[in-house]
Design a protein around this ligand. Structure first.
Ligand code: TXA
Ligand code: MG
Length: 321
């Protein structure tokens, strides 16, 4: 299926556009749609053939399980078993939190990559909500980029990676958060943080009344390969200076030494706001990478709040493939 070229249409997020997207999903086709985190590449999560097409378009190793997006907590309870720990976290739904729970047979095995657990999320974006309501079934959706690329925060990013591979893109402008969901494994007795993301760790630990354990040594979120999100340009993190020929990814003031000599500069947040920085992260990485520089100096980013997830993505992007 991967070589079956289609013409990718881009539609408005109105009733007609969302209705068209829901019809295509019901026919087993792929549609890209906005969520509050990043754009997703959606397929019917109950249809293994549709999910197979999705893996092909993504160029993703088939062992990598997908997040199933569901309309509400009731739909999540049909797709998996929410333990008392999981129930403490549904207060973050709709929103940028994904829970890994024991699966029922609603989500097809291929979407779960054969695992007995399933990753569930109730997205908050009104267009994602409208699409789930119109379609009436769970939507399996990884970030709408080719495997190993930076996640898309605009319809343009989606088209840059997937034009000709996806039937439709519902364009609702930039994704408000710009950073993927936090993934917490609540399938066992110990809650584990599999991926930092849009809900800060501290908020989750407060809701649980306990600390989150680390992912552990089994590769629980295989999509968290070290080289995920890699840019073509080399990234130099925590840069105290900007070296000749480098571009600068800044974070407010003060700027690193030699910043005025940077080949290109983009600022994640001139006022030093981590929420704004998260929203700009992937778009700025893409833009600086596209400028053709060999290396990008990245100013230090504080580790608190969304900073944990921002630093995590930067470290992955900096890992050579
Ligand atoms: O914000 C987001 O989460 C976006 C939007 C579109 O919702 N989606 C997203 O999906 O980032 P993706 O496929 O790029 O990342 C999903 C991650 C992967 O690392 C995958 O391995 C992990 O979730 N995952 C999925 N099911 C899992 C499971 N049963 N156990 C452990 N990890 C799982
Ligand atoms: Mg992804």
């Amino acid at each position: 299926m991967s070589d079956a070229k289609v013409f990718t249409r881009r539609v408005k997020p109105d009733q007609a556009g969302v209705g068209e997207a829901a019809r295509l999903l019901a026919e087993g086709h792929l549609v890209a749609f906005p969520t509050e985190t990043v754009y997703g590449l959606g397929a019917d999560a109950t249809d293994a053939r549709a999910v197979a097409r999705l893996f092909a378009a993504k160029g993703r190793p088939a062992f990598n399980p997908l997040i199933a997006h569901v309309a509400d907590v009731a739909a999540a309870r049909r797709a998996g078993t929410l333990s008392p720990l999981a129930e403490k976290l549904v207060q973050f739904w709709p929103g940028p939190l994904t829970l890994v729970v024991p699966a029922s047979d609603v989500i097809c095995e291929l979407a779960r990559a054969g695992l007995s657990s399933v990753a569930l999320r109730v997205p908050k974006h009104p267009v994602a909500q409208a699409l789930l309501a119109a379609f009436g079934k769970p939507i399996a959706a990884p970030s709408a980029n080719r495997s190993g690329h930076v996640s898309p925060t605009t319809a343009e990013h989606v088209l840059a990676d997937l034009a000709g591979l996806v039937d439709l893109v519902v364009d609702a402008g930039p994704a408000p958060l710009g950073l993927e969901s936090t993934i917490v494994d609540v399938s066992g007795a110990t809650p584990r943080l599999l991926r930092s993301g849009g809900v800060p760790r501290a908020d989750i630990e407060r809701a649980l009344g306990m600390k989150l354990a680390a992912a552990g040594d089994k590769v629980q979120a295989p999509g968290m390969l070290a080289s995920h999100y890699a840019t073509r340009a080399r990234l130099r993190l925590d840069a105290q200076d900007v070296r000749p020929g480098e571009a600068l990814l800044a974070f407010g003031a003060p700027r690193p030494a030699g910043a005025e000599g940077a080949a290109h500069t983009l600022d994640l947040s001139p006022r030093g706001d981590l929420v704004e920085a998260a929203a700009n992260l992937f778009a700025h990485l893409r833009a600086l990478d596209a400028s053709g520089v060999a290396a990008i100096a990245v100013a230090p980013i504080p580790a608190e709040g969304l900073g944990e997830a921002i630093n995590d993505r930067l470290e992955r992007a900096a890992t050579p493939r």
